[in-house]
Design a protein around this ligand. Structure first.
Ligand code: SF4
Length: 401
């Protein structure tokens, strides 16, 4: 399938929308009241620090809703206002945040049902409105919706589209796209659907394995088993790693993506020599600014003397997990998605880096404490406010007792 031509023709279709519908001002007021927080604004204005009683909060200097997420949520709200009586679907969570997704459901925007891991588009009728979320949708899904003559509202973040353009360039030049990402993540699924040949590499260990295979060869079967779910159909490591280009899931750790890029650049230089490098390696900067800013701010925050850190964001949010990874390298940090994870009796239920939930007891130390806080790109300020207020309340009660 010529994905580029399909995308171009879709963009010219009258059923395709990727701008708002003229309700920006109205929606902005609504978003402000539902998701913004006066307390957070106050802390921002106070150089990101607030002390109340025994608690000092240090907020990261960049956190929370990124502009891509804000734009997607605003477009979803505008879609509801514009298509007042139409059935509206969304192909996936608009963003990875439970409270925002709950709000979208309350506005009668339904998720496409999923049966055994496969989306059931049979529920969608011609003329229905279907929203594509901030991290995009696969080209196959777009094709199904286009064939059904649905009205498509595409909220895909422009940064994600930029990565799609990159893999299109790889495909045109007959390069295999090495995608730094998680093969199950919706954004990476979408990106790989635009690629020609591709291999999804999760981390440094996998990248080193691939680099070693490029230089020294190896066990082909073992390679194919290892990347069975993370490569294009018919992928052959002996044939498809001669020309490679780098792409990434926009929310991966920036430093790791850069390191992987360098590893593959050196690998190809070693194998083919500096004069041939451009024929065998391509790299474009596709790291999203918002991800970069939030990770840099977290790196700065953890340099400060903190008693503990809290990272707030959806449990399936990749960018939040990366923030938690930075925090955990430096000290005690809890990743929670809502204030309800803070339980009675000084317990907190939190997500570990391996994805498992666990409960920590006596998590709030006695006496004066300094707490570092950040939140992922899909977390509204209101959720952060709830967590901070809860900590203030718990410590105030403890002080009285
Ligand atoms: S994190 Fe970056 S790529 Fe993802 S929605 Fe936000 S701005 Fe876009």
């Amino acid at each position: 399938m010529d994905t580029k031509a399909f995308k171009r023709s879709l963009q010219h279709s009258e059923n395709y929308h990727r701008k708002g519908f003229g309700h920006q001002a109205e929606v902005a007021t609504q978003l402000q009241s539902e998701y913004q927080s006066n307390l957070i604004q106050q802390i921002r204005n106070n150089n990101y620090i607030l002390t109340r009683g025994d608690v000092t909060i240090h907020l990261a200097q960049a956190f929370g809703f990124c502009w891509g997420v804000e734009r997607a949520v605003a477009m979803a709200y505008e879609t509801r206002k514009h298509f007042k009586s139409d059935r509206i679907w969304i192909t996936n969570e608009i963003i990875h945040n439970p409270s925002v997704n709950q709000r979208i459901l309350e506005m009668q925007v339904d998720f496409i049902p999923v049966e055994a891991g496969i989306k059931d588009f049979s529920v969608v009728d011609a003329g229905d409105v279907v929203i594509l979320p901030a991290f995009g949708a696969s080209v196959q899904e777009m094709q199904i919706l286009n064939d059904k003559s649905c009205k498509i509202v595409d909220t895909t973040c422009p940064w994600v589209s930029k990565v799609w353009n990159t893999v299109e360039k790889h495909k045109k030049g007959d390069f295999t796209s090495i995608i730094h990402g998680k093969y199950k993540h919706e954004e990476t699924i979408a990106t790989s659907s635009f690629a020609g040949k591709y291999l999804i590499v999760l981390n440094w260990t996998e990248a080193e394995y691939v680099a070693d295979y490029i230089l020294n060869g190896g066990n082909r079967q073992e390679f194919l088993t290892k990347f069975a779910k993370a490569c294009s159909a018919g992928f052959d490591p002996d044939r498809d790693l001669e020309r490679i280009g780098i792409a990434n899931q926009t929310t991966m750790l920036k430093g790791e993506t850069e390191k992987l890029g360098k590893l593959f650049e050196h690998t190809m230089m070693k194998k083919y020599g500096p004069h041939e490098l451009n024929n065998h390696f391509q790299s474009f900067n596709t790291i999203c600014d918002a991800t970069q800013e939030r990770q840099d701010a977290m790196t700065d925050l953890v340099q400060q003397p903190l008693d503990l850190m809290i990272v707030i964001g959806g449990f399936n949010s990749s960018n939040t997990t990366q923030l938690q990874q930075i925090a955990e390298e430096k000290g005690i940090s809890y990743h929670i998605d809502t204030v309800e994870r803070i339980k009675p009796d000084n317990c907190i239920e939190h997500r570990q880096l391996d994805g498992k939930l666990s409960v920590a007891e006596n998590w709030l130390p006695e006496g004066k404490i300094v707490v570092g806080i950040t939140s992922g790109a899909s977390t509204p300020d209101k959720v952060v406010e709830d967590v901070i207020e809860k900590i203030f309340a718990l410590k105030a009660t403890a002080a009285v007792v």
